[in-house]
Design a protein around this ligand. Structure first.
Ligand code: PHE
Length: 380
C-alpha cells in the first residue's frame, strides 16, 4: 500500500519521481474500486482533510521544503491535487455506471455479464454516436415538390406500371405501329415476345403518358391528375441524359378546357417551383397524343432572361412538353364518357431530373444516381 515518502531533495528529478509513484498508486487503487462503499474508502484515503494522501503530501513534501523552494513546490502540489481530484471524479462516474448496470442486470438475472472493466470503458461524458438521419433524395424531393404544387390546385395523384404494354405506351397514345414518332423515344423492349400481338408486347415505359389512358379507363371525366414515376429510354448516358429518369405527367379533362387553362396552370406551377419572377412561353411542337402540341420554356433562371451560357444566350430554357389531348386519344376511352365533341383536356409531362438540375445547378445527372453521400448530404 502506498505511503507518502519523505523527499531526499527537491531537484526536478526527485519531484518527478515522487509524482510518478503517486500517480501509479492512484491509478491502481482506482482500478480496484467497484462499489459505492469502496469508492468512499478510496476517497477518504486520498482526500480526507486531516489524514488523506493529499493532506500528507502537503505536510511532508511542502512542509519539509527549503524556504526558497516552497512557492515552486506549492505550485507543483496544486497540480498533483488536481490530478487526484480528477481521478476521484472519474472513478465515481465509473462506479455509478457500473452500479446502475448491475441494478439493471440484476432484474434480468445477468449480473455475471457485467464487469467493472466494462463500466470503465463507458465514458458517459462522451457525446453519443449520432446516427445521421437520412434525407429525401433530391430527385424524390423535387418530384414531391412538383406534385405538391398540383395537389394544391386540386389535382389527385396517380401511378402506373413501369413495365408497360405497347398498347398503353404507344398505340392508345396515337402512335400507330411503325409510326416514325416512335423513334423519338428509343425504347427498351422485353426480349422473347415475338409470338405476341404487337400491342401486347411488354416494354419499359418511355414516359408517364400511358397512365393518362389508364386513368381515363378507370374514371369518367372530369379528371385532374398528376402522375410521378420512373421511365426508361435506350439513351446513352451523358451529362444531362440517363437511360433511367423520372417524369411527372399531368392530365386535366373537363368540359370547356382550353389552351388558356393549360398556359395558366403551367405558368402558375413554374412560378411556384422557380419563383414568381419566372416567365413562361409556349413554342409549337409535336406529340402524337396532343393537338396542338407545345414545348414550354421558362425564362432563364440563371440570367433572368438576359442571355447566358446556361440558356445558350437565348434567355429561355426548354422545360416540358404539353398540349391539348388529341381527340384520337379520347376515342380509345370513348365508352367511359370521353366524347371529344363534349369534353376537352390538356396534358403535360416534365422531366424531374431536368428540373432538379436547374434548381440545384447540378452539373452531371449521374450525381443523382451514384449514391455519393458527399453529394446527397448537401440536400439535408
Ligand atoms: N410524354 C412526353 C415525353 O415524354 C411529354 C408530354 C406529356 C407531351 C404530355 C405532351 C403531353 O416527351
Amino acid at each position: 500500500m502506498y505511503t507518502v515518502p519523505k523527499l531526499e531533495d527537491y531537484s526536478a528529478e526527485s519531484l518527478d519521481r515522487a509524482a510518478n509513484e503517486l500517480r501509479k498508486a492512484l491509478e491502481s487503487e482506482a482500478h480496484d474500486v467497484n462499489t459505492a462503499a469502496q469508492f468512499k474508502e478510496f476517497r477518504d484515503r486520498w482526500w480526507s482533510r486531516k489524514s488523506g494522501i493529499k493532506a500528507q503530501i502537503n505536510k511532508v513534501w511542502l512542509g519539509n521544503a527549503p524556504l526558497d523552494q516552497k512557492p515552486k513546490v506549492g505550485f507543483w502540489l496544486n497540480l498533483l491535487a488536481m490530478e487526484i481530484e480528477e481521478k476521484l471524479e472519474e472513478t465515481q462516474g465509473a462506479v455509478a455506471v457500473y452500479e446502475s448496470a448491475l441494478t439493471l442486470a440484476a432484474k434480468e438475472d445477468w449480473t455475471g455479464v457485467i464487469s467493472r472493466p466494462l463500466a470503465d470503458r463507458l465514458d458517459i461524458s462522451l457525446p453519443g454516436i449520432q446516427r445521421p438521419i437520412g434525407v429525401k433524395h433530391p430527385v424524390l424531393r423535387v418530384m414531391d415538390e412538383i406534385v405538391a404544387v398540383f395537389k394544391a390546385m386540386g389535382y389527385s395523384v396517380g401511378e402506373g406500371p413501369e413495365v408497360e404494354t405497347d398498347y398503353y405506351n404507344f398505340e392508345s397514345l396515337n402512335f400507330p405501329p411503325n409510326h416514325p414518332a416512335r423513334d423519338t423515344q428509343d425504347t427498351l423492349f422485353i426480349a422473347g415476345q415475338e409470338s405476341k400481338p404487337a400491342r401486347d408486347r411488354l416494354l419499359l415505359r418511355t414516359h408517364t403518358s400511358p397512365v393518362q389512358i389508364r386513368t381515363m379507363e378507370q374514371q369518367p371525366p372530369p379528371v385532374r391528375i398528376v402522375i410521378p414515376g420512373k421511365v426508361h429510354r435506350n439513351d446513352p448516358l451523358d451529362a444531362t441524359h440517363s437511360p433511367v429518369f423520372h417524369q411527372v405527367e399531368g392530365l386535366a379533362v373537363d368540359t370547356n378546357i382550353t389552351f388558356c387553362d393549360l398556359k395558366g396552370t403551367l405558368d402558375h406551377a413554374m412560378k411556384a417551383l422557380f419563383g414568381s419572377s419566372v416567365k413562361t412561353r409556349f413554342y409549337p411542337s409535336f406529340f402524337p397524343f396532343t393537338e396542338p402540341s407545345a414545348d414550354m420554356q421558362v425564362s432563364c433562371i440563371f440570367c433572368g432572361g438576359k442571355g447566358c451560357r446556361k440558356c445558350k444566350f437565348s434567355g429561355w430554357i426548354e422545360l416540358l412538353g404539353c398540349g391539348m389531348v388529341d381527340p384520337n386519344v379520347f376515342d380509345f376511352v370513348k365508352q367511359n364518357g370521353y366524347d371529344s365533341s363534349k369534353i376537352s383536356g390538356f396534358a403535360f409531362g416534365m422531366g424531374v431530373e431536368r428540373i432538379a438540375i436547374l434548381k440545384y445547378e447540378v452539373e452531371e445527372i449521374q450525381l443523382f444516381y451514384e449514391g455519393d453521400v458527399r453529394f446527397l448530404e448537401q440536400f439535408a
